[in-house]
Design a protein around this ligand. Sequence first.
Ligand SMILES: [Zn+2]
Length: 396
Amino acid sequence: MPLGTGVSARTSHQAQILRLLRDVGACTHAQLVDFAEIGRARLAVELDELGAAGLISHGGKSRSRGGRPSPVVELGHDLRFVGVDLGATSVAVGIANSQLDLICFEEEPSDIREGPKKVLAQVHDLIAKLVATTAVAGISGIGVGIPGPVSYRDGVSVSPPLMPGWSQYPVRDQLAREFRCPVRVDNDVNVMALGERWGGVAKGMDDFLYVKIGTGIGSAMVMKGAVYHGAAGCAGDIGHIKVTDDVPCACGKRGCLEATFGGAALARGALAAAHAGQSPVLAERLATNRELTAVDVGIAAQQGDPVAVALIRSGGRDLGRVLAGLVNFMNPPLVVIAGGVSRLGHPLLAEIRQTIYSESLPLATSNLPIVLSEIVETAGVLGAVYSASELIFSTP
Ligand SMILES: [Zn+2]
């Protein structure tokens, strides 16, 4: 099993050079002098050190634009970043090359409630399998997204609801020990937002609001190109904002957004309607599949089932109200709706849009695109490999 390469940027100039090479690709020495605002002599010293560590490679001379040909530098060809996306019911792992293109990706069913020992053993085996099949020489760093609140600083989950055994479990330190490389752990929605910014609809956007509707609901605020974590690390946790007085929530309080909308709430609503004889379509699906999920609600809505359509509308309205407040507060230039339940598509998006546009300040929504993610499956892993690269491409 190849272990970590154990190298990362040692100076702030090196960090800056590595991020530039990641973000814009190969650069000439002349471009690095300009972009990094660094003298030629200093640049030569930093590049020597980066080259010796395998973090960059020298790629010949540039085709001159009239002046002297300038040597070209690019990221080390052997850099490999691992991304891990832990979900409530699945685990996905991918490995990316130096330019953060995924060279492999695999997703498996997994139950987060089985606890960190079992789930992390599955993660370990999945990484080992992908490393072997893609002949990776060494892992540069690992990024991990975990559902629920995460202490970004300590690399642990903190009291995640419905995840027995995970609170304060040393996820970061265990993986770092197993693979002998730096590991960064963050909340899954924060990580997905970074993936959306790297390779999705928010590509290149420095500010945006990202909302994930999965089993539960969460959000991430990206500001100046980075996720805003808040004082303790739980900024963006909007699932437990109160939207009504009734409806008990899994967190123990009442009337949370997550209690009225999200995959779990849709499934509950569909089950109640099927049992009450209000929806023959949902009752039939229940009889066939023995359970109902958000997917069944989506299919029933497509078939014109009024109960399913009403469930989506009322959920979209509850979420839209919370988002209208956030839009007033943050005034983002873009809102991205993601997560498995976003696959309900246009009827849901229409309801969310209508509520935000009618309940937010006109100035905040005057030029505000509200769009669906286009990389629902891979956003988490892509964000996790980006997060790993941020760790290697920054000073300790
Ligand atoms: Zn709650």
